[in-house]
Design a protein around this ligand. Structure first.
Ligand code: PL4
Length: 407
């Protein structure tokens, strides 16, 4: 008799984002004449820039003649893209060899899959709040017990609150896998070099591995803030980095990302190169590579023109974040993030719970956001607004909050 993976039954609720979509549809079905403004899911809205479109067209054209046609590619990605990514890292003295870069179809799938190369008895630490995929993938893999209001048993939550500027203290116990996201989803906080150094030192001392999600690195405008964990001395020995073209270049629907597993990276019981070999083996077995058309788009993103055009688009979203921040602050709401990240993290007024504020914002202002508690227990009492959106939509949402939110 076939049996299901019982760990799925431990998952505490539906995945956060479909749940928001469900509640929003419920509202729009009941109020068909109301235009709802969506600042919930972090999804890009602006068209792909011309030089990148040209790269994508080139990818299509390559398939149209025998000389340039390609079928299955290397599952790690085409050499020109891996080299372009390595060149990008060298600008930050992060020094990654192209053979350490694994191109993929998304940082979501990589961040869910990466735990699979580690032992099932690894103790996992997550920032709290965090992108839900880190927790859910480890629940499904059986590394946790059941959840209660404090989160899943067996998982080490590292609270990120106002009193630690939304960056966690080192875990008090020995942990094996540590998820860090910077710029952070959902808080919008960016880790400093000093903050990351502490974790790198901890990881090297305990032979732990840091899983560093830098999907929003291109939103960092402050030159003193690290864009990659490999800017930190010693990180090559203990960190795996995940990044994505989704938010940098409007590729959320196109799908292109990468993961870096340095050959120097070692776990408790491995030699240098073993983790790199395991991820190579995993990808070769489970994955046939990102689309060849899309990878040409990725090469174009990293070209001189692509960099200039996509940076302009990122600046546009950051300007949205600034509009949201100013609008909320002038209403007396405390906000964080948004300066080097596409998310504004606000403290719910009058101690409302995150989901109470979700309902209030939707009913009074017709604005959809994301409840902080959906990202973990320490997110309770906070709320995330996404800066992805057409300017008129963002401005209309902010005006509606200014005029209609009763606090
Ligand atoms: C909704 C920290 C968004 N359905 O596009 P990818 O797969 O390369 O990157 C996904 C991703 C990876 N790492 C972090 C992220 O925040 C995201 C995307 N998060 C959000 O609103 O929090 C989109 C969520 C999408 C999902 O489930 O990822």
């Amino acid at each position: 008799m076939a049996k299901i993976n019982p760990n799925y039954q431990k998952l505490s609720a539906g995945y956060l984002f479909p749940e928001i979509a469900r509640r929003t549809s419920q509202f729009t079905n009941a109020n068909p004449n109301i235009n709802v403004m969506r600042l919930g899911i972090g999804d890009t809205t602006e068209p792909i820039v011309p030089s990148v479109l040209k790269g994508l067209h080139q990818g299509v054209d390559n398939l149209g003649n025998a000389e340039s046609y390609s079928g299955y590619g290397p599952s790690e990605g085409i050499p020109s893209l891996r080299e372009a990514i390595a060149d990008y890292y060298s600008e930050y003295n992060a020094n990654i060899d192209s053979s350490e870069i694994f191109v993929s179809d998304g940082a979501k799938s990589d961040s869910a899959n990466i735990q699979g190369i580690f032992s099932s008895d690894c103790v996992v630490a997550v920032q709290d709040p965090a992108y839900p995929v880190y927790v859910d993938s480890n629940v499904i893999a059986g590394r946790t017990g059941l959840a209660d209001e404090n989160g899943y048993k067996g998982l080490v939550y590292m609270p990120c609150r106002e009193d630690n500027s939304f960056f966690p203290d080192l875990p008090e116990e020995k942990v094996d896998l540590i998820y860090i996201c910077s710029p952070n989803n959902p808080t919008g906080a960016v880790a400093t070099k000093e903050q990351l150094s502490k974790f790198v030192n901890y990881a090297r001392e305990h032979k732990a591995i840091i899983l560093f999600d830098s999907a929003y690195a291109s939103f960092i405008t402050d030159p003193d803030l690290p864009r990659s964990i490999y800017e930190i001395e010693g990180a090559h020995e203990c960190a795996i980095e995940l990044n994505s073209f989704s938010k940098t270049a409007g590729f959320t629907g196109v799908r292109l990302a990468w993961t870096i597993v340095p050959k120097a990276c070692v776990a408790e019981d491995t030699e240098p190169g073993t983790l790199h070999s395991l991820w190579t083996r995993r990808q070769n077995t489970f994955f046939n590579g990102a689309s060849n058309i899309v990878q040409e788009g990725g090469v174009a993103i990293l070209s001189k023109e692509g960099r200039a055009e996509t940076e302009e688009q990122v600046a546009f979203y950051l300007e949205n974040a600034s509009i949201i921040n100013h609008g909320l602050q002038s209403k007396g709401i405390t906000t964080y993030g948004g300066g080097n990240a596409p998310y504004v993290w606000l403290k719910t007024p009058n101690n409302l719970s995150s989901w109470e504020f979700f309902d209030k914002l939707l009913n009074e202002c017709h604005v959809v956001g994301t409840p902080g508690s959906g990202f973990g227990p320490a997110g309770e009492g906070f709320f995330r607004l996404s800066a992805f959106g057409h300017r008129e939509n963002v401005e209309a949402a902010v005006s509606s909050i200014a005029e209609n939110l009763v606090i």
